[in-house]
Design a protein around this ligand. Structure first.
Ligand code: F6R
Length: 231
């Protein structure tokens, strides 16, 4: 296990470090970027937008997308990415799983094939309170490729804050699998706030177990963790 753990208490400094890491990736020749959504990423994207960074010769691939939500819905992940990053910092090409595809399973297979054709140089990750990465919920085999998932009640509750009511939170999503995530050359995981302590502690100090999906990262040899938590 090779985790480069960086504890930075000051949020502004933590996110500036995140931007530096991404700039360093670009300077080192990275062209394919795996991206994430979620509250954790907002300050990072805000800083990227106001930076001089240029992704116009790079490609991006998002981790996941809700199934059954229109792309035009403000909480679809494509809307999130357009609003918070792509409109200001476009990539040459950006891919997300298509949550409107008539056959979600087939769409998951298309996305996995695409991911296998390129090799992600870099993957940005947040972490769920239950240790999920992407939408790989506890119990997901580490070998799983991109697939359709049923979201757990706790994940739907956690995401309900972005919708008018819990009933509007989709019940399924398409997510990169853990094996797809692990193929990225460098992974940057950002975990901010007490709610992420248990999951992050499991990654740093725990045994590897499918009950806490983030522990799969213990098998990767190039992980950077940025956190405000003393672990
Ligand atoms: C988002 C994603 C999720 C989030 C996680 C944390 O694309 O794949 O795994 O990273 O749910 O979400 P926040 O940052 O809202 O706490």
């Amino acid at each position: 296990m090779s985790i480069n753990l960086q504890v930075i208490k000051d949020h502004d400094e933590l996110y500036s470090r995140g931007v530096e890491i991404i700039q360093h990736q670009l300077a080192s020749g990275a062209t394919t970027f795996g991206l994430a959504t979620g509250g954790t990423m907002l300050p990072l994207y805000e800083k990227l937008v106001s930076s001089t960074i240029d992704f116009s010769s790079c490609q991006s691939f998002n981790l996941d997308e809700y199934v059954g939500l229109k792309a035009s819905h403000p909480e679809s992940y494509i809307s999130f990415m357009n609003k918070n990053l792509f409109e200001a910092k476009p990539f040459a090409h950006s891919e997300l799983p298509n949550g409107e595809a008539s056959d979600a399973q087939q769409e998951a297979e298309r996305y996995e094939t695409l991911l296998k054709q390129i090799n992600l140089d870099f993957q940005l990750l947040g972490i769920g309170e239950n240790g999920h990465i992407g939408f790989n919920e506890p119990g997901t085999p580490f070998e799983a490729p991109t697939h359709v998932v049923s979201l757990t009640e706790s994940t739907r509750q956690a995401n309900a804050r972005f919708f008018d009511s819990i009933d509007e939170v989709p019940k399924e999503a398409i997510t990169m699998g853990i094996s797809s995530i692990l193929r990225a050359s460098t992974i940057l995981l950002i975990a901010v706030g007490e709610k992420k302590r248990q999951a992050l502690t499991a990654l740093i100090h725990g045994e590897q177990t499918i009950d806490v999906p983030v522990t799969a990262l213990q098998s990767h040899d190039n992980i950077i963790v940025l956190t405000d938590l003393d672990i």
